[in-house]
Design a binder for this molecule. Structure first.
Ligand code: ZN
Length: 408
């Protein structure tokens, strides 16, 4: 096992950790808790993104009541000897997994008034799914007849931003919010000082940073909450460095996720550990002209060879035409798949959750054939213990018993 440079105490809340290793905003003043050298292997432990708010039970009350303001609870910052602004930090994801004795995760459909999701207008009520891990496989008492190999990855990885970059983020997101400040769900989330933790930062310094620290919800130029399922074992991530020492922060681990992470808390969320290796490419951002994170997928991923693929085009719900709208086309593809799989006895929420968690591929197939964008959603057929392909006999209902946990 590589040297553990960040440990968390899971018996205590994120705000009461013995070591100041929790970070829940992006801010240049985030202290470096520890420093590693280029060439080092090391281990980092992380809470699940909510910091332990979600329980392994059959009620979605905790999803309904989840306090999103202090989320995500991440671990860091890890300094890298010699890292300077303009360098590329090369991060190899050597391995990742759940804590021993805590081999379970959850998926939430968050209510429209508390987070929402990609199809929140169709599925506005809180629901929860608990998944049990069996080595590389996941099953759920809430979603019968499905078992799949997880594509495990960190939802969030990135270096802390410079002050200049932070100010750019805050200005452009504020401008968007101002176009419709009362929208539910919100267009973007402005800084919110409640419950901000930035490592060992205290007092006035913390207050000032908390008032302007960027929320961790969106992906940005530095990577951040990119939620790319293919950042799994063996991947190499190239991260721009913005401050001296780099300040690597990671967390929001996903046992598995489908492209789009569509239910919002849409992966199989878990706490756990990640083993990393770091190197530096000095002045790499200039040398390669990169202004945003990049990566190489790893060699270790679930291998499914047969898919049923649902197409989606840029039509509105009322059947009217939109122009080359990829988001709308993805909505259509997801709704087409949900409608189809419900014919086998699943609830709409169960299918929504399967699309969100299983290794489902979402692809932009065409963006030039006016007026329709074409998006395709690849569902691996082998994750079901029955045949989902169409045939002359029609769908034979196979699924019975069990549905997602509801709120009381
Ligand atoms: Zn997540």
């Amino acid at each position: 096992m590589p040297r553990k440079v960040i440990s968390i105490d899971r018996t205590k809340t994120p705000a009461n950790q013995p070591d100041p290793v929790i970070v829940n905003r992006w801010h240049p003043d985030t202290p470096l808790f520890t420093t590693v050298k280029p060439g080092d292997d090391f281990r980092v432990e992380c809470f699940d993104w909510t910091g332990g708010q979600i329980k392994n039970d059959d009620s979605a009350n905790d999803i309904r009541d989840c306090n999103l303001i202090p989320c995500h609870h991440l671990s860091g910052a890890v300094g890298i000897d010699g890292a300077e602004p303009g360098d590329i930090l090369v991060v190899d994801i050597l391995d990742i997994g759940p804590f021993q004795g805590q081999e379970w995760g959850y998926t939430g459909i968050f209510p429209t008034t508390n987070g929402g999701g990609f199809l929140t207008d169709v599925f506005p009520e809180p629901r929860k799914t608990i998944w049990d891990f069996h080595g590389i496989y996941a099953t759920s008492r809430h979603v019968p007849n499905v078992r799949f190999a997880g594509i495990t990855h960190p939802g969030i990885i990135g270096c802390i931003p410079s002050r200049e970059l932070l100010m750019k983020w805050n200005a452009r997101e504020r401008a968007l919010i101002d176009t419709n400040p009362t929208r539910v769900p919100a267009l973007a989330l402005p800084p919110n000082p409640d419950g901000v933790i930035l490592g060992s930062l205290k007092g006035t310094q913390l207050q000032q940073a908390a008032a302007e620290g960027a929320r961790t919800i969106p992906p940005r130029e530095h990577g951040g909450n990119c939620d790319i399922k293919n950042l799994s074992r063996g991947s190499r991530v190239y991260l721009p460095v913005y401050v001296k020492g780099g300040g690597l922060v990671t967390g929001d681990f996903h046992f598995s996720q489908g492209d789009g992470e569509i239910t919002f808390c849409g992966a199989i969320e878990m706490g756990g550990w990640i083993d990393l290796h770091v190197d530096l490419i000095k002045d790499g951002c200039n040398k390669y002209g990169i202004t945003q994170a990049m990566f190489q997928p790893g060699p270790v991923e679930p291998r499914y060879s047969e898919f049923l693929v649902f197409e989606g085009i840029s039509l509105n719900d009322d059947g009217s035409q939109s122009y080359i709208d990829v988001t709308l086309a993805y909505r259509r593809a997801c709704l087409n798949a949900i409608n189809y799989l419900q014919k086998f006895g699943y609830s709409g929420e169960q299918v929504y959750t399967i699309l969100s968690t299983a290794p489902v591929e979402g692809r932009v197939s065409g963006v030039v054939d006016i007026p329709n964008a074409c998006v395709s959603l690849y569902i691996p057929t082998a994750i079901f213990d029955f045949d989902i392909k169409p045939n002359a006999a029609g769908p034979t209902k196979k699924v019975s018993g069990g549905d997602l946990a509801r709120a009381s």
